[in-house]
Structure formats: C-alpha cells, structure tokens
Design a binder for this molecule. Sequence first.
Ligand code: SAH
Ligand code: SF4
Ligand code: F3S
Length: 476
Amino acid sequence: MKQRIQEVDLISAEEKEACELPRITEDKNTGRSRKLYIESYGCQMNFSDSEIVMSIMLENGFDTTSKPEEADVIFLNTCSIRDNAEQKVRFRLKHFNGIKRRRPGLMVGVLGCMAERLKTKLLEEEKIVDMVVGPDAYRSLPSLIREVDDGHKAVNVFLSKEETYADISPVRLTGDGLTAYISIMRGCDNMCSFCVVPFTRGRERSRDAKTIVQEAIDLFQNGYREVTLLGQNVDSYKWESEDQTEKVNFAQLMEMVALVHPDLRIRFSTSHPKDITDEVLYTMAKYENICNYIHLPAQSGNNRILDRMARNYTREFYLEKIKAIKRIVGEDCGISTDLIIGFCGETEEEHQDTIALMAEVVYDYAYMFAYSERPGTPAAKKYADDVPEEVKSRRLSEIITLHRETALIKNKASVGKTMKVLIDGVSKKSDEFLRGRCSNNAVVLFPRKNYQKGQYVMVRVTDCNTATLFGETVEN
Ligand code: SAH
Ligand code: SF4
Ligand code: F3S
C-alpha cells in the first residue's frame, strides 16, 4: 500500500485530474430494459477498449449507468501488469458480491488482460464471475451475454492475429469532448522478459491507416482538439493494403493525422527506444501540431539488467536516442520514462546506474515501479525475484525523491518562456483559473479572463512547483 501511495504521490491535484482516466460509465438512459456499468483499469489501451465495448453494448440493447447498484451487467476491464493491479480487481469483485447477494440476477463479467491471463481459472477462483472475455473477443459479447442468460458461465479468450476493431466507432468516455484516444495497433511482439502484455494481448497487428485518419477527421469535426495515437510499441506500426500497393509506417501515419487540421494536436504512446526512428523525429519537427513530447521508457540504466530484461538496447544507445530527440525535435521536447527497480538480481551498483541515468536525462516525468513477478513470463521462468521487498521499497523511494528534484528543475527551466496551450478546463482549486497543457505535456494554470475550453492561447510562464506551471496569457 505504502508503495502505491508513493507511486502517485508526485502528481498534483491538477495533474491528477488531468490524467484521471474514465474509470466508470456515464448515465445514458433511453428507456432500454438493461443497464451496463463498466469500470476500467490499467493502461490507456484498456480505456480505449472500454470505448469499443461500450459501442458494442449500446448497439445491442443496453443503456449505461454510473451506479453499480442499478446495473444489470457489471464489467470490469482489467489489468495484469503488476500483482497489485490484479489485487485491486479482486477487491472490487468482493465489493460487487454484496450487490449480487441482494440481486442474484446481476451479471458480472471480467474483461481485458486479467481475463486473458487467468482464463477459466478466474471462474473457479472468483465465484461471482459469470463471464470471462479476453481483449480480442469483444465482438462476441452479445452472444456471451445470451449464454449467461441461459444459465451458463461464458468464456471467450481467443486471441486473434487480425482483430483491430477498425470498423467500430468507439463511444468516447474521456468526457471532456476535447481529447480522445485512437488505438492504432494491438498486441506486442517484443517479449521484454518482465512483461505479461504479449501473453494477454497477443501478436502485434496494425490497424488500417485510412480508418485511423477517418476517426481523427470525425473527432475534429465533433470538436475534439487532441488525439493520442496508442500502441504498446507505436514505432513498429506497419500497415499494408491488401494489394500491397500502399504501405504506411508510423512516421507516415503521424503525418497523415497531422494533416487532418493544424488545430488538431497529436500525441502518441508508447515509443520503444530500440524502434523509434529519426524519420519519426523529423516528422515531429516538421508539424507544429505534433506535440513535442515523447514517452520513452528506459526501464533501467544498467546494461546487464537491460540485457536480462530483453529490452534490446544499451544505456549508451538509449542516451544517443535522447540526444537525437534534442537535436531533431528540440531541446524543449518533453521526455518521460518508465523505470522498474528491483528487477531480478539487481545489485546496489546497478541501481545506482538507473539513478545516474535519471540525473543525466533530467526527465519531465517518470512512472516508477517496483518489479512484480508475473507468472509465465520469461523472467519468472529464468531468474529469481530475489531483491527483498524492503530493498525494493527503499530503491523506489530513492528514485521518486530524485525525480521530484529533476521535475522541479525541468519546470523551472520553463519559467519566463511563452508556450502555446490548449485549454482543457477550469482549475480544480479555483474557478478564477483555467488549466491547459503545453506541447511538452506540462500542465499550466492561468487567469480565466474570457477564454474558453478548447481554445489555444499563448501563456507566459511566471512560476512553478514540482507538478504545475503558473502563468499569464499574452495576446499574439
Ligand atoms: N509498451 C510499453 C509498456 C507497457 S507496460 C513499453 O514497452 O514501454 C507499462 C510499464 O509497466 C512498463 O514500461 C514497465 O515499466 C512497467 N511494468 C511492466 N511489467 C512490469 C512488472 N512485471 N513489474 C513492474 N513493472 C512492470
Ligand atoms: Fe511489454 Fe515490452 Fe511489449 Fe512494452 S514492449 S508491452 S514492456 S513486452
Ligand atoms: Fe495492463 Fe493489459 Fe494495459 S496488462 S497495462 S491493461 S495491456
């Protein structure tokens, strides 16, 4: 528990709200007889999947509710990335047990990565569960619901080599009408040794580029001003038309989306250091509406650990990529990372290499995790999870403390600069202030005046703390 609190500790109230993902459904009442409640855990891709699930369910006779007590069907779209992600879901299932005792007709489905990892075992372990559905099987939800209606338990955990849900229009759950996720690919072929994703999401496949661009056009026409292109490894996006006359890589896809409209901002996640190309960086530099921000997970700063993690790059290679980003995209490009401490066999000196890497790169943001062994992964098979919990906890605290210092250095460097900001709402702390994001993903607060959500404004940064910038608008 302590560890989890530390992981989120760094985020300010503003940032928390800004990155708070849609956990639950909004109410939609059109008089249909059954109501769905859905809760999502894990990464942005899972949230994007919940939008697909919602679309399928609305097409198939459901309304939605924000109150689980009122639901006929409860879905938990789950994550398996670390043990605590799964524990959260089990805790929620216990809570829903109370509702089911009062209303035995309630149907409970576990969707997503935990469903895929545990398959039918989940039905044995959690008696409350009626339905287990993996991430590639959402088209079968209506028939699975019918099976449960007929008194059976229903399971579909088939992983597809083709499914991208390209033809399904997601029901947007971000709720702000301004920012949206677009899944551009599914699965992952990388097999980093610590990671469960290749097992829960299957083989990598890229979605038809034309459907991605069309989705971006539709979003822009409906008032959206920012899209985030999502994939576990966006740099290996590769789509080919059936007759093989058209081929699109990630840099080209990004360009196609950037051309939709100069007022549509583009972000993307996640880049893999071994795959990000200079072509991608030059495309970022060419288009003002592609945000100057790259999430480039390092995982560790030590070569022996990186090798054990099967990340396929060295510390030196990673640092060269950082240099290339600064050279091509610009010194002010925001860079964030994911770091795992306490991986199998990590010595104190090796941990110090991660600390030194952080000091060298000076990240704008870091997501920091203690290694959590996942059953069946290459690391679980090959190496002992031998760093004691208290050592993991101490190492995690150390990198969190360092990150807090570097984030402040980064924010201070923005003071005095004028940034283009997309206004995404009112400040949590005061109605008198608006909140927006800079291209480099920093959150900035400034006096409201007559500005509106969805507008771009130029803001001169006057002050900052670790997590937030403060400024004033300047007329251009
Ligand atoms: N595709 C992305 C990461 C997806 S998972 C990438 O390649 O970077 C998000 C993050 O969770 C990872 O970057 C890693 O830092 C962390 N993570 C994954 N498996 C983990 C594990 N077993 N224990 C702790 N952290 C883990
Ligand atoms: Fe996991 Fe590695 Fe794939 Fe990321 S690239 S999802 S860490 S296997
Ligand atoms: Fe979790 Fe699955 Fe995403 S394991 S991090 S929800 S791909």
